[in-house]
Design a protein around this ligand. Structure first.
Ligand code: NAD
Ligand code: DAU
Length: 344
């Protein structure tokens, strides 16, 4: 079997590449990645030594390039991780999110139609459902929850999901969609909450918590996301959407305090700053369907996962130091330099 994995030089895509190479050693993996600021060949160094793995630098929204790759490689399964993935960046510059996340999905699916595939899998997000109120802990996102995106990022991912389902209905393209909650673990780009807090705390820099810090995210260790996608692409039903999450809701402020405790750093490093525009309050996934149909359950608790993640960042300083010493420094200054510090 030949898998085409897009966005495999990013956080979840790379973890998925390693998961597949380990668990399906007979399969071939072709990774297609544009290598944006978020793509990193250092992350794929181990995979590059595996004869079953190949890397091609290309943009999923480039029709000619995708056509050539599909014509030459004839993948059986396409797993689309490639995306602009950061909400804060989408608030600053929405356009690239529309191009990659919507047009890129369109181009990939057109290539799938033209050359024929066994499965096109769209890696989507729980953010397409909008948010839930903090005072209704009984509510969860189900697959039937209406789409109601809040940010340009989530609107672009929601648009792509609609297009995927339209290709299923109109052209009978064999598709599946997964919508996962917040991931964390190795190779997470430093702009996201958990790695940003680990890296800042290690340098005794302030930890910028947006608003009151009470926004809730439903955290899943990245490998558990990979096991879910692996099951969906091999055993999931065509035309179906599967929510992925492990019932692990935490307020941001609690996550940040956990990171500080793990590193033995003081809570005085925490600084509440101006809130994100349109900030979603709470995400919470109901994973009943994937459990009932495919037997999927997460295996890593948050306590264990956060320990492993902190240990990984301590052991892989060179990986993140190369990032934070480059263009990321000016991004950080732009996003956080002028943010007002809120009164405690
Ligand atoms: P990431 O930003 O770490 O990686 C994205 C990768 O896509 C990078 O390697 C980048 O170079 C590549 N890419 C971007 N534009 C491209 C283009 N036009 N053509 C080819 N490659 C391109 O993202 P991530 O956190 O690993 O997320 C991967 C996917 O999972 C995304 O689709 C995201 O929406 C989804 N998702 C993420 C989370 C999360 O918590 N991180 C949760 C649920 C779903
Ligand atoms: O839910 C899945 C989504 O999770 C994915 O679709 C996105 O690609 C992924 O980036 C993530 O989105 P979030 O916006 O939830 O993740 P982020 O790490 O940016 O922020 C998590 C929470 O922490 C959010 O409530 C905002 C807050 N935050 C974030 C940063 C970067 C802070 O308080 N301070 C920060 O500096």
């Amino acid at each position: 079997m030949k898998l085409l994995v897009t966005g495999g030089a990013g956080f979840i895509g790379a973890n998925f590449v390693y998961y597949e190479l380990e668990n399906h050693p007979d399969d071939e993996i072709l990774c297609v990645d544009k290598l944006t600021y978020a793509g990193n060949m250092e992350t794929l160094a181990g995979a590059m030594r595996n004869s079953k793995f190949r890397f091609v630098r290309a943009d999923i929204a480039d029709r000619k390039a995708m056509d050539a790759i599909f014509a030459e490689q004839g993948p059986d399964i396409v797993v689309n991780f490639a995306a602009e993935s950061h909400v804060d960046r989408s608030i600053e510059t929405p356009e690239i999110f529309l191009r990659t996340n919507i047009l890129g999905t369109n181009v990939l699916m057109d290539a799938c139609r033209k050359y024929g595939i066994r499965r096109y899998h769209q890696v989507s997000t729980d953010e397409v459902y909008g948010d839930l109120p903090l005072d209704r802990p009984d509510l969860f996102f189900k697959e039937a929850t209406p789409i109601k995106a809040s940010s340009p990022y989530s609107a672009s991912k929601a648009s792509a999901d609609l297009l995927v389902m339209a290709y299923y209905r109109t052209y009978h393209l064999p598709v599946t969609i997964s919508r996962c909650s917040n991931n964390y673990g190795p190779y997470h780009f430093p702009e996201k909450l958990i790695p940003l807090m680990i890296i800042n705390a290690l340098s005794d820099k302030k930890l910028p918590v947006y608003g009151d810090g009470l926004n809730v995210r439903d955290w899943l260790y990245v490998r558990d996301h990979c096991t879910a996608i692996d099951l969906i692409i091999r055993k999931g039903r065509e035309g179906e959407t599967y929510n992925i999450g492990g019932h692990n809701e935490r307020a941001n402020i609690a996550v940040v305090k956990t990171v500080l405790r793990e590193l033995g750093k003081p809570e005085t490093l925490i600084e509440h700053v101006t809130d994100r525009k349109g900030h979603d309050r709470r995400y919470a996934i109901d994973p009943t369907k994937i459990h009932a149909e495919l037997g999927w359950l997460p295996t890593t608790s948050f306590e264990e996962g956060i320990k492993k993640t902190v240990a990984w960042y301590l052991e892989h300083r060179a990986w993140w130091e190369h990032i934070v010493s480059g263009a990321y420094a000016s991004y950080y200054e732009k996003m956080y330099g002028n943010r007002t510090v809120l009164d405690p």
